[in-house]
Design a protein around this ligand. Structure first.
Ligand code: GDP
Length: 691
């Protein structure tokens, strides 16, 4: 019943996916031997290919967990490294190169590593076996090798030769068996020789009679016996050509020739076992027996591990089912839901407010540049102003001079590139809202998804950017030539600009206070300011103060002083203008040249309203329609299973949750398989015992 080993190997592979926590151990055949004992040759004769790392100074530095999978009815022979994801490798020299690289990756300082390399080889010519190749014991530490190497290799081997593993102890016939490191090691852990198979290599190098007596060794008798082999690849006979061809038959031919040349010692009537074929059969049989013997204990262990996983799942996760896909789907749904909510809250009024705020700033800039700088004229009639402005020169706002000034300001405002500005303002608001939503969602722990979402948003916004900004620019075009204003709009502008001016005034005063603290108090600032004032009027002479300072003030202090003077003057002007805007005169649109602040504010509102109409159609509605679809594209069905898995595991809590579920599922699967195996085994036993 050779299915058992195959099934158990399958189970072992499933178990290896259960993860770090698993302590489950299925029996394997562990191969030990000194360097040059012929260990690699034996393994390669079983596999039928040269695939193990070679080289004079090359020590196997990591255990190789070798799974042989018999694939009857197929011609393909290939190896796979399940942890590397390299796929099927049918070129065995490439497997050899990979193994060499993996071994060399262990640093010299570390000497050897107990992190195993997993390799499976599928072929119609190999038996189902699970073998572990360990670093060869060394007798003498080489020149470039650390002293503790010998010790470390021996410790590593000791770890593996524990029950329930079967030990394959390799010794060379030309070395006294009593000196065999492999047998000595195995004797330590298996003193009664119950789970050790002795392999004596290089039988061709000793006299046949001596060979025979080695195999009959009574010093260390083994229940599973000794097998003599000649597993050197015959290079000179021409039987075997190097390459990818299977070398088992070449070796056995050579071997058979040797043993049959000495029928007395090794023939069917002698009581020794020889030959690679015999060895293979023995290995299969012994492994099968061992596996069968460990069925009960293994399934008990699995049962226990399953109970632990089930308990963890219940206590820590409340039996809440979860899969990477469902987690992604739920996260995406929740995100789309929050986006929908946002969409109901962000529409035309919100865009208008954003845009108007931006335009208010531009209006303030224009006012500052064209009206609020020296010399300042008083545009208001009748004159009722704060004391210190009483001496301002009077302006006649009805003169063409002031008309032109307002017209030019209006024109600057309408031509500042409203299309681009409006689109930028709204697009970046959307983008930052999306970022905010991401930060409030489960995606906050998922860099990959975050990138996908941000990417989705910006690709739609970028796609729409130019056409939207063109459209907006186009539709505000009429305002560049003529502005029709209604009383209602004027009144609203008058109301609104008072708030804008007030905020600006507060900003000036705030900055002034900031300067006070910065220079070390109000008095100090007053002193500098009065010096700057005098200097400006020409009352004091300031010479070359740029770098050295003047009037007892440092250059830096003077700069601050000038800044303060500017802020103070700006605040005074704004106060005066607030006063004017509030006055009766500005209540009437006819007096627009007296009230540029009101007029420009009303124009800005018209621009914003018109822009928003088009932004709504061209940008916002498009975005609201396309964004959820784009999210589906980037995070939905199109992701591969691995990507989804990778995504879900970015969150450590989800990762743990998923892992416990997976472990539970795998263990359930394994247990089910084990149970059916046991049934099968039981039935076979009955069959055997039946009369
Ligand atoms: P390892 O270091 O234990 O893996 O030993 P190898 O398999 O590399 O073998 C060491 C040397 O012994 C190589 O040169 C092999 O060709 C040679 N060798 C291995 N098995 C036999 C054998 O059965 N007969 C002979 N004559 N040489 C062998």
């Amino acid at each position: 019943m050779m299915v058992l080993t195959k099934k158990m190997i399958e189970i072992r592979n499933i178990l290896s996916k259960v993860g770090q926590a698993s302590t489950l151990n299925l029996p394997s055949i562990v191969v030990i031997g000194s360097q040059s004992s012929g260990k690699s040759s034996v393994l390669e004769s079983i596999v039928g290919h040269e695939f193990l790392p070679k080289g004079t100074n090359m020590v196997t530095r990591r255990p190789i967990e070798l799974t042989l999978i018999n694939t009857p009815g197929s011609n393909a022979e290939y190896g796979e490294f399940p942890d590397l994801g390299l796929g099927k490798i049918s070129d065995f020299s490439s497997i050899q190169r990979t193994l060499t690289e993996l071994n060399l990756a262990v640093s010299d300082a570390e000497c050897v590593s107990d992190d195993p390399i997993r390799l499976s080889i599928s072929s119609p010519h190999v038996p189902d076996l699970s073998l572990i190749d360990l670093p060869g014991y060394i007798q003498v530490v080489g020149q470039n090798q650390p002293l503790e190497l010998k010790q470390k290799i021996s410790e590593l081997c000791d770890k593996y030769i524990q029950p329930p593993n079967v030990i394959l102890a390799i010794s060379a016939a030309d070395v006294d068996l009593a000196n065999s490191t492999a047998l000595r090691a195995s004797r330590r852990v298996d003193p009664r020789g119950e789970r050790t198979i002795g392999v004596v290599t290089k039988m061709d190098l000793v006299d046949p009679i001596r060979g025979m007596s080695i195999l009959n060794d009574k010093q260390y008798p083994l229940r599973l016996g000794y097998v003599g082999v000649v597993s050197r690849v015959p290079t000179t006979t021409g039987l075997f050509k190097k390459g990818n061809a299977n070398l088992t038959s070449a070796i056995t031919k050579n071997e058979n020739a040797y043993f049959s040349a000495h029928p007395l010692e090794f023939g069917p009537n002698s009581d020794v076992s020889v030959g690679t074929t015999t060895l293979r059969k023995k290995l299969m049989h012994v492994l099968e027996q061992t596996m069968s013997a460990s069925l009960q204990s293994t399934s008990d262990a699995i049962q226990q591990e399953l109970e632990e996983a089930t308990y963890e799942f219940k206590v820590q996760y409340n039996d809440r089912p979860l899969s990477a896909e469902s987690y992604l789907a739920e996260s995406l749904d929740a995100f789309k839901h929050s986006f929908k909510q946002f969409a109901t809250e962000f529409g035309r009024p919100q865009m208008h407010e954003l845009l108007k705020n931006e335009l208010d700033q531009r209006v303030l800039d224009l006012l500052a540049a064209r009206y609020w700088n020296k010399p300042i004229y008083d545009l208001s009639v009748p004159v009722v102003e704060p004391d210190n402005l009483a001496d301002l020169p009077k302006a006649d706002p009805d003169s063409p001079y002031w008309h032109r000034r307002l017209d030019a300001s209006t024109s600057s405002l309408t031509k500042l590139g409203v299309g681009r500005l409006a689109t930028t303002v709204v697009a970046s608001a959307i983008q930052s809202h999306v970022d905010k939503l991401v930060n409030q969602s489960t995606f906050v722990n998922h860099p990959f998804a975050q990138e996908a979402i941000t990417g989705a948003a910006s690709s739609i916004l970028n796609d729409r950017f130019y056409s939207t900004s063109d459209q907006v620019e186009n539709c505000i075009k009429p305002f560049k030539f003529e502005i029709d204003m209604e009383d209602r709009e004027w009144a609203h502008g008058r109301e609104h600009v008072q708030g804008v001016l007030k905020k600006e005034l507060e900003a000036c005063e705030g900055a002034l206070r900031g300067l006070e603290t910065n220079v070390g108090g109000r008095r100090k600032l007053k002193e500098v300011m009065s010096f700057v004032d005098k200097a400006r009027k020409g009352d004091v002479i300031v010479e070359g103060e740029s770098s050295t300072g003047a009037g007892g003030f440092s250059a830096a202090l003077l700069t601050k002083g000038r800044e303060a003077v500017f802020l103070r003057d700006r605040a005074e002007i704004i106060k005066m203008r607030m006063y004017a805007v509030k006055s009766k005169q500005c209540a009437n649109m006819k007096n627009k040249y007296h009230c540029p602040e009101v007029f420009l504010d009303a124009v800005a509102s018209k621009l914003a309203s018109t822009a928003v109409l088009f932004l709504n159609v061209e940008l916002l509605s498009e975005f609201y329609y396309n964004f959820p679809r784009e999210l589906d594209q980037r995070l939905g069905r199109h992701l591969s299973e691995e990507d989804i898995e990778k995504f879900a595991k970015e969150d450590p809590k989800i990762r743990k949750h998923l892992e416990v579920i997976r472990r539970k599922e795998l263990l359930e699967l394994v247990l089910e398989k084990m149970q059916s195996l046991r049934q099968l085994e039981g039935r076979e036993r009955e069959d055997r015992n039946a009369p």
